[in-house]
Each structure stands twice: as structure tokens, then as C-alpha cells.
Design a protein around this ligand. Structure first.
Ligand code: SF4
Ligand code: SF4
Length: 242
């Protein structure tokens, strides 16, 4: 989280007062793009467990945030990074509503949507994301999806003997993710990873029907205005000639 803040020049976030908890912030915020979430639970045998998970944008293969953005402000790059272009964002908040994980947060000061961008600018320069670069425990790794799937499978094989519910979290409902997880427990245990995460069906209607019609209507309105201006111009010319 600190490396992320350093790279993105994000200020300290005092929105969650320290009350002795092991989780720094209650949730992602406009200036906290990832955090370590802690979940406490008691299993069937009465044993207490603390489950930690790093949460941030999942960089979905079929990102609902991008599909529903009326300004085309969110780009899904070929390498899997899902990036909000701040110059195009108008702060409408549709991305926050549509994201199955509730990730994007609107910065009320700038009226722009914010989230993890997978350090796409570092990747473009041949570097790895700040979080994976700084992780001393080798808990975060960076590579091609094929490499990460192979590594995930290796780690899963190691976990299975003691964690029968261990799994690779890569939900098909959002087109797979580019932030793969090897979870020792079922996804629902952690409170962030939904087992049935999926891109809302309404997004397809918006993307394939409503948005194109809206764009045609907007274009027609512009043509209409221009046509009116031309007619007015012609009319004005005639008047001037009279
Ligand atoms: S997790 Fe949410 S914000 Fe991130 S790519 Fe998926 S839909 Fe978009
Ligand atoms: S808040 Fe910005 S990025 Fe999100 S849907 Fe609206 S314009 Fe797009």
C-alpha cells in the first residue's frame, strides 16, 4: 500500500481512525487503491482464524466499469491493465455502480473516478507494479497470465494437503481477472471475492444498444444544430440581400 501511494503520489488517508485493528482502512478510498483486508472467523470446530487478503481492482477481462462508462474514459489495455483516463472522466460514478467488486471510488475534490491502474506506466517502461516489486514475502508476483497461472497451480498444489478448499480465484463471469489469487479458503470467506462475480447483464444492453443509439442521437442533434445554423445563415444572407 505504501509503495502504491509512493508511486502514484497519493496522500496519507486518515479516514479510518486507529482502534487497535489489523486492517489499516475500512475500505478502498480515492487515495487508497489497495489495502490488506482482515477477516475474523470461527470454523466448525470452534477454531479462530484471521484471513488476510490484498484487495484492489481485479483488472477484469470483461470490465463492467469500462463497458458502462459513457465517456469511454476507461481503457482495457492489451496486456490486461484496466486504466481510468482522468482527462476523460466526468465523475458520473457509473463505473463504481457497475463494478462487481465495488472498486472505483469518486474523488469528491477532483470529481474523478479512481482505482488501481496496475502501474501500467511502470509496465510500459519494462518495470513491474510497485506492490509486487516491494513485496518482501514474494506473496505478489508479476508476469504473463500463462506464467502466473502456472505459478498459481504450483502454489495451489502445495496448499491442498492442509487447505482442501484452496482455489485459484479467476472468475469466468467477469472474463477472468488479471489479478489472480491463490486463496487458501473458499472465496466467500474473505468478504471481497464473490464466488459468482459477473459483469451485469444490463451492461451488454447499455454497451450494445443504448450507448450506440445515444451516440447516433447526439450526432443527429449536432447535425440538426448545424443544419439549423446553415438555414439561418442562408436566411440571413437572403435578408441581407433584400
Ligand atoms: S474490478 Fe471493477 S474496476 Fe476493476 S476492472 Fe473489474 S469492473 Fe473494473
Ligand atoms: S466516473 Fe468517470 S470513469 Fe467512471 S463511468 Fe463516469 S466518466 Fe467513466
Amino acid at each position: 500500500m505504501v509503495a502504491c501511494k509512493q508511486w502514484h503520489d497519493l496522500p496519507a488517508d486518515m479516514s479510518t481512525p486507529f482502534e487497535g485493528q489489523y486492517q489499516s482502512h475500512k475500505t478502498l478510498t480515492p487515495t487508497t487503491w489497495n489495502l490488506i483486508q482482515m477477516n475474523e472467523r470461527v470454523d466448525k470446530e470452534g477454531k479462530l482464524h484471521w484471513d488476510f487478503s490484498k484487495i484492489q481492482c481485479m483488472h477484469c477481462g470483461d470490465p463492467a466499469c469500462a463497458d458502462g462508462c459513457p465517456e469511454d474514459a476507461i481503457e482495457r489495455q492489451d496486456n490486461g491493465c484496466v486504466v481510468i483516463h482522468q482527462d476523460k472522466c466526468v465523475g458520473c460514478g457509473y463505473c463504481a455502480i457497475n463494478c462487481p467488486f465495488g472498486v472505483p471510488k469518486i474523488n469528491k475534490e477532483t470529481n474523478k473516478s479512481t482505482k488501481c491502474d496496475l502501474c501500467y506506466d511502470r509496465i510500459a517502461e519494462g518495470m513491474e507494479p510497485a506492490c509486487s516489486k516491494t513485496c518482501t514475502a514474494d506473496a505478489i508476483n508479476f508476469g504473463t497470465k500463462e506464467e502466473m497461472l502456472a505459478l498459481a497451480q504450483k502454489r495451489l498444489d502445495g496448499l491442498k494437503p492442509n487447505h482442501p478448499d484452496a482455489n485459484i480465484y479467476n472468475p469466468e463471469g467477469v472474463g477472468g481477472v488479471h489479478m489472480l489469487y491463490v486463496l487458501p479458503e473458499k472465496p466467500e470467506v474473505y468478504g471481497f471475492f464473490k464466488p459468482d462475480a459477473k459483469t451485469p447483464a444490463s451492461i451488454d444492453v447499455w454497451k450494445d444498444v443504448v450507448k450506440p443509439v445515444g451516440q447516433v442521437a447526439a450526432a443527429a442533434a449536432v447535425v440538426g444544430v448545424l443544419g439549423l445554423a446553415a438555414i439561418k445563415g442562408m436566411s440571413g444572407g437572403k435578408k441581407g440581400g433584400e
